[in-house]
Design a protein around this ligand. Structure first.
Ligand code: NAD
Length: 364
């Protein structure tokens, strides 16, 4: 039976990447019934200024699975990021970013196989902030001082960092479940519990509780600064890293850098029964419509989607075809060549053609 999937092409480089990805996904033999919906600045005029029309959300709620291209957030444009709004409205609390080395990718590291699981809704990114000099900030500072706290300088802006038992438990449980489903051996909780006892300390305590309920998967924990050092010294000792929002944001970029950068970093955002697969990178507007950028991160996000849909064999064949094209080194975009102005670089759609050929399908 065909999988019904919401397809959001996005804007900037999004449409060409999602088209290349749709082609390789279909070439695996897996069948899809795409429900295509557009979101972003390009469609907002048609929808009374709303860049995320209700029909997009309705489709994702109905299908439960979306493949999404990147969407631009205009600076100072007066609307909130569609990407952030999607995560909030659908409560996509768990971000997953696998970071795996493929032979032939230029990188300082050659044997990385990590998955960063990042909590997506809490922490310093919850958006509870008080601007320096405002009455609210002043009131908060006075409240803090009445309750035994002391700010070194009163001219401070203040961001609040909520980490809850509920939020910590669901992300750590999710990480264990992800590890189990995907045959991973270990979960490492990343924190700074030695300094922030009531937030990161709570997170670590909950993580340890969850670990005791999931003894079939190994567990350990690392302080975030030490984690970063160990990642670049001994990445092979780690497997699934489960992080609160801020550390997850930083650590996932460290890991993306270790496997060749943004063009190679896929991702997914999970909620209860809803998941959106999308690359880590943005819409790179300056390259839009040029058939130039690297579709691998979007395609690897599609490969993750195949696994989620239990199309395991199709996922493996696609991953092998991508790995083979990278290893051969011929049909690659400029960013994967030794020099960025390499005349042998091919375009986005030619990368898709090469992968489809490796899948054993003739490209017309
Ligand atoms: P970006 O990731 O779009 O681009 C930064 C640079 O990375 C590009 O100029 C390009 O050199 C390189 N790059 C990115 N993707 C590439 C690819 N597939 N192949 C080759 N090179 C690639 O980051 P940005 O410039 O900070 O953001 C542009 C827009 O994208 C912003 O509006 C931002 O808000 C948005 N954004 C969207 C998402 C999303 O949709 N989930 C994520 C991040 C950023």
């Amino acid at each position: 039976m065909a999988h019904r999937v919401t397809l959001i092409p996005g804007d900037g480089i999004g449409p060409e990447l999602t088209e290349a990805t749709r082609r390789v996904l279909e070439a695996t033999g897996a069948e899809f019934d795409w429900d295509v919906h557009h979101a972003g600045a390009d469609v907002m005029d048609e929808h009374g200024g709303n860049p995320l029309p209700e029909h997009v959300l309705e489709s994702i709620r109905e299908t439960g699975v979306a493949l999404k291209g990147p969407i631009t957030t205009p600076i100072g444009g007066g609307f909130r990021s569609v990407n952030v709004t999607l995560r909030k409205v659908l409560d996509l609390f768990g971000q997953v970013r696998p970071c795996k080395s493929y032979a032939g990718v230029r990188s300082r590291f050659d044997d990385v196989d990590l998955v960063v699981v990042r909590e997506n809704t809490e922490d310093l990114y919850a958006g509870i902030e008080y601007e320096e000099g405002t009455d609210d900030a002043q009131e908060l500072i006075e409240w803090i001082e009445r309750h035994g706290g002391k700010l070194r300088h009163p001219d401070a802006g203040i961001s609040i960092k909520p980490l809850s038992v509920t939020g910590s438990r669901r992300i750590v449980e999710f990480a264990f479940e992800y590890a189990r489903r995907n045959g991973r051996r270990k979960v490492t909780a990343v924190h700074k519990a030695n300094i922030m006892k009531f937030t990161d300390g709570l997170y670590l305590r909950v993580a340890r509780e969850v670990a005791e309920e999931n003894t079939d998967v190994q567990f350990d924990d690392r302080i975030v600064d030490n984690m970063c050092m160990q990642l670049v010294q001994r990445p092979e000792e780690y497997d699934v890293l489960v992080c609160p929002n801020l550390y997850g944001d930083i650590v996932s970029d460290v890991c993306a850098g270790m496997i060749g950068g943004l063009g190679m970093a896929p991702g997914a955002n999970f909620g209860e029964g809803t998941v959106i697969f999308e690359p880590t990178h943005g819409s790179a507007p300056k390259y839009a419509g040029q058939n130039k950028v690297n579709p691998m991160a979007q395609m690897l996000s599609g490969m993750m989607m195949l696994r989620y849909l239990e199309e395991t064999e199709a996922a493996e064949r696609l991953e092998n075809a991508i790995a083979e094209v990278i290893r051969e080194g011929k049909s690659l975009t400029y960013d994967m060549k030794p020099r960025r102005d390499d005349p042998t670089a091919v375009g986005t759609s030619e990368v898709a053609d090469a992968i489809i050929e490796k899948l054993g399908v003739r490209v017309a």
